[in-house]
Design a protein around this ligand. Structure first.
Ligand SMILES: Nc1ncnc2c1ncn2[C@@H]1O[C@H](COP(=O)(O)OP(=O)(O)OP(=O)(O)O)[C@@H](O)[C@H]1O
Ligand SMILES: [Mg+2]
Length: 285
């Protein structure tokens, strides 16, 4: 086993009943431990299926999934232990929240694990203040806004202290202010030592947030690398109809205009461009 990879998919095939082709087709992918990983790809390329396989909700028909070096086992006890370690936040919080109030919802996973009541109270209190949910503790879940529900669903998962956090489209439903808050929360989670994998269609978000990006297409991994390198593959990204982040697009347009108007590039333009892009990334986190 290598300590470098927290989760490894090796040649994994999974197909839904009645679908013509598998949702993951011999998918091989390794999640580096300790990184902020972004997962991008067209609708239907298999991102959500990847997450559901990763935390053992689905079982592959072929291939192996390893967590911290050991193949996932599908008996009940092993899956309970796995889901403490790998937290999955669903795209739609309505699919995740089960109890009637915020406090009960956050306690739910700990109760299922048989954690003593005094410890539950203390952990729920701690996570509620970390996620700014203290004032909502006794609110009925159905009264919350979607953004608030999203915060609760992340707290539900983080109260179990997973070492790997999977987030499916976490910025969906969030206004810019709450998206900023999410970045702040994710940063705290990451600094606490949790590896994060985040699937999103928001390329600007992923470009600024991630330090490693995976690109999927038709159930396979087609590209991975640092954000700065990934978006150099313009042709491939356009073939996949993904495009590039706005900041990169603007830089390209400025370069083209400069060439058209002045016939040449100013010296050091590439370096200045990289500085601007790197500054944007650092100020985002
Ligand atoms: N419950 C299901 N039954 C049958 N087919 C499914 C089911 N869920 C997903 N699929 C199919 O599996 C493939 C992968 O879907 P998946 O939801 O994993 O993609 P995705 O990358 O998460 O897409 P999106 O960006 O739209 O969320 C798609 O072809 C989809 O139609
Ligand atoms: Mg999805």
């Amino acid at each position: 086993m290598s300590d470098s990879w927290i989760l490894e998919f090796d040649d994994v095939v999974y197909g839904y009943v009645c679908s013509r082709r598998p949702a993951t087709q011999n998918l091989s992918l390794k999640i580096p431990a300790g990184k902020r990983c972004g997962l991008i790809g067209q609708n239907g390329c298999g991102k959500t299926t990847f997450f559901l396989l990763a935390n053992g909700l689905y079982q592959p028909s072929h291939g192996t999934i390893r967590f911290k070096g050991s193949p996932i086992r599908y008996d009940r006890n092993s899956l309970t232990a796995l889901r403490q370690q790998i937290g999955l936040v669903f795209q739609n919080p309505e699919h995740q929240l089960v109890a009637s109030t915020v406090e009960e919802d956050i306690s739910y996973g700990l109760c299922n694990l048989g954690v003593p009541e005094s410890e539950i109270a203390q952990r729920v209190q701690a996570i509620s203040s970390e996620f700014n949910l203290v004032e909502l503790a006794h609110q009925p879940i159905h009264n919350l806004s979607l953004g608030q529900k999203k915060r609760v669903s992340i707290a539900d998962v983080m109260v179990l202290k997973p070492s790997l956090l999977l987030l499916d489209e976490p910025t969906a439903y969030l206004d810019p202010r709450h998206a900023r808050q999410l970045v702040h929360q994710l940063e705290q989670i990451h600094q606490g030592g949790t590896t994060i994998v985040l699937a999103s269609h928001d390329l600007d978000f992923v470009y600024q947030w991630a330090d490693w990006i995976f690109v999927m297409d038709q159930g396979r991994l087609v590209l991975e690398g640092k954000p700065q390198d990934i978006f150099e593959h313009r042709e491939l990204l356009e073939q996949l109809q993904l495009g590039v982040p706005l900041a990169i697009e603007l830089m390209e347009q400025i370069k083209t205009k400069m060439r058209e108007n002045y016939g040449e590039m100013i010296p050091d333009f590439e370096q200045l461009q990289n500085e601007v892009l790197n500054d944007r990334r650092s100020s985002f986190l």
